[in-house]
Design a protein around this ligand. Structure first.
Ligand code: NDP
Length: 600
């Protein structure tokens, strides 16, 4: 996995202690409450900078399927429904076009950090072959548009529109969908594809509201102010002192671009990321075997297999994700499940230390100032935070116009003033401050309550799940909420190549809709089917606590609470989950189909 020599037991013990100390420096008592939502007085941070919203008449009609969310989840649901022959598919999307995360995130330097040939969905179906190993954001956004055009998803779509409530209408056997644009229409089926990291968050820095300089979040880039494009050329920053807060996957991509064009760039770092080799390059169709039918599906399956720790004859993608599969999805869940600390230390920890030593050695190799290099070294296990990849980021700190400001000792930026940012005894005066501070986890889904869902007898989904947690079959459907299918949610299985996961879910959702249409039935699992699914999940659930309790704080572990902030998942990984779904569709799908006049 890594080339460095295996560390001795003494070195491992020392490392463990160093990780503990570094974690303690960072844990904050306010945990996830340290962040602010971009609403009320901060609502302008979330405004759409890319389109003007135009007036339209509210809708009062009926469609076959309403899809909430026009990111890849919603687009894939639409495409798979079309393949099943469903006609009236209405995707409702807050943004001004399709693309979801790739619509909102257009910051300079944006690229996908998963190989484009496995990340971009429906390549076999659209005939598109990506041009780079890791695609720039615009190429991905255009692909979202390409799919939407090919499957005629624009016809019924509603943009710049947010769904405000979903209410089951038992008389009409349909959902009433209401929106913030005054629409009230019926949909026989609803598919939610609202994303997991779609609500931007701001740090609750004391005095944030007093700052008078220009400010925005990376997911709403203000090119009117900075000039340039996602490729760079930010001429508006040539005479500006710019600050950027955050060094996660976004920060790592945007910081080199800001450094190229700002008069001076201050990078406010709290926890350094692991920054591994990227080696992005142009690719040809021949490089990826794109002359063969089905090449993209095969490549995608191969990647998922390897990162999930399954056996594969060859590694087609062969990048840092597949090289570190053992540290992420392969070994980790099995150690967590066993709770076998000795086995963990003997195998996992040794491999992890070797990888992390390699990551830290790379910092020393690239960064010329030793003090700056020390600050850029991550001291935690590889799987504690989202790994990042860049051949530009570390090099940026060798520039004269870049200053790294470490804020770990003060748990982040201490306060803000009218003029800038205060850390320790220093006020950094800034013309512009950019927040690369990420997104709230899981709050955009229907179980957060942000989107009220009322099923049979007006029961709210959030109330039904309050006492004993979520109840689903496969994570998609729930008793009492007929014809409602949730994509990408709790109690299913996920993976780093999230579009692949979403596509499998979309295929499943479309098959459910097609079967219900063919049978004249409602889609609704029984309580018994939910119970059986929940029992299966609980029996195989890994013990998350101990691994994440030792991790540096972040969104993976609810800011250091020790519990991974993710949903309860199918315990045997995405490959097994997709196989299970395929089998179930063949053998058992009738279980969730109930005649439309039957009350379960
Ligand atoms: P993250 O949540 O990963 O990072 C937020 C950053 O802001 C962290 O460095 C955090 O520090 C810092 N921060 C927060 N509050 C403060 C504060 N008060 N003072 C100083 N620093 C602060 O968000 P990202 O947008 O970087 O990434 C989110 C996710 O989006 C990724 O994990 C990934 O899943 C996805 N993504 C995917 C990409 C892709 O190519 N596929 C590209 C970009 C993002 P700390 O670590 O100490 O909390």
């Amino acid at each position: 996995m890594a080339n460095s020599p295996a560390p001795t037991p003494e070195a491992l013990a020392e490392l463990r202690e160093r990780y503990r100390v570094e974690r303690e420096r960072r844990v904050r008592p306010d945990g996830t409450r340290q962040y602010l939502a971009a609403d009320a007085e901060f609502g302008y941070y979330a405004a759409d900078p890319y389109v003007e919203t135009s007036e339209r008449e509210p809708l009062r009609d009926r469609v076959d399927v309403a899809v909430v969310g026009g990111g890849f989840g919603g687009i894939l649901a639409g495409a798979r429904l079309r393949q099943q022959g469903v006609e009236r598919v209405r995707i409702i999307e807050k943004g001004g076009d399709f693309g979801g995360t790739w619509y909102w995130n257009r910051y300079p330097g944006i690229h996908c950090d998963i190989e484009s040939h496995v990340y971009l969905p429906l390549l076999d179906e659209t005939g598109y072959v990506p041009e780079w190993k890791y695609a720039p954001g615009e190429e991905i956004r255009h692909h979202a548009v390409r799919i939407s055009q090919k499957f005629d998803l624009y016809a019924d779509a509603l943009f710049s529109t947010a769904v405000t409530a979903l209410t089951w209408d038992d008389t009409n056997k349909a959902w009433i969908v209401t929106t913030d644009r005054g629409d009230t229409f019926h949909a026989t089926y609803v598919i939610t594809a609202t994303g997991t990291l779609s609500e931007l968050k701001l740090p609750g820095i004391p005095g944030i509201e007093t700052y008078r300089g220009h400010t925005f979040h990376t997911s709403r880039w203000d090119y009117g102010y900075t000039g340039g494009t996602p490729d760079g050329g930010l001429t508006g920053l040539a005479d500006k002192r710019v600050g950027v807060v955050g060094t996660g996957a976004t920060g790592i991509q945007v910081i080199p671009k800001l450094a190229e064009d700002a008069r001076h760039l201050y990078v406010f770092q709290r926890t350094p990321s692991t920054v591994d080799i990227r080696a992005n390059r142009r690719t040809t169709a021949a490089d990826v075997g794109a002359d063969r039918p089905g090449w993209a599906g095969e490549r995608r399956d191969n990647f998922l297999r390897i990162v999930s720790g399954d056996v594969a004859d060859e590694d087609l993608v062969a990048d840092q994700w597949t090289a570190t599969a053992g540290l992420l999805e392969k070994l980790l869940p099995s150690f967590r499940r066993q709770g076998d600390r000795a086995a963990f230390e003997a195998e996992y920890e040794v491999a992890d230390a070797a990888k992390m030593n390699e990551i830290r050695a790379r910092v020393d190799k690239v960064v010329t100032d030793p003090e700056t290099a020390e600050k850029l070294k991550p001291w935690y296990r590889y799987a504690c935070k989202r790994p990042t990849f860049s051949d530009l980021y570390l090099q940026t700190f060798n520039r004269d116009n870049v200053t790294l400001v470490d804020t770990a000792d003060t748990h982040g930026i201490e306060r803000m003033t009218e003029y800038g940012v205060v850390v320790g005894d220093t006020e950094y005066q800034l013309d512009c401050l950019i927040f690369a501070t990420g997104f709230s986890v899981g709050i955009s889904g229907v179980h957060s309550g942000r989107l009220p869902v009322r099923g049979r007898q007006g029961v709210r989904l959030q109330d039904a799940w309050r006492e004993h947690g979520p109840r689903t079959l496969h994570g998609f459907t729930s008793n009492g909420f007929p014809n409602l299918i949730q994509l990408g949610g709790t109690q299913s299985a996920s993976s780093v190549n999230y579009t692949h996961v979403l596509d499998e879910h979309a295929v499943h959702a479309a098959a459910l809709v097609a079967a219900a249409e063919a049978e004249g039935a409602l889609i609704e699992p029984s309580r018994e089917a939910e119970d059986a699914w929940i029992t299966l999940l609980a029996e195989g659930a890994p013990d998350h606590e101990w691994f994440h309790a030792e991790c540096t704080p972040g969104y993976y572990n609810a800011e250091g609470r020790g519990r991974r902030n993710g949903p309860i998942a199918y315990p045997h990984g995405a490959v097994a989950f997709h196989d299970l779904l395929r089998r179930w569709r063949k053998e058992s799908m009738d279980e969730v189909l109930a005649a439309r006049d039957q009350v379960l």
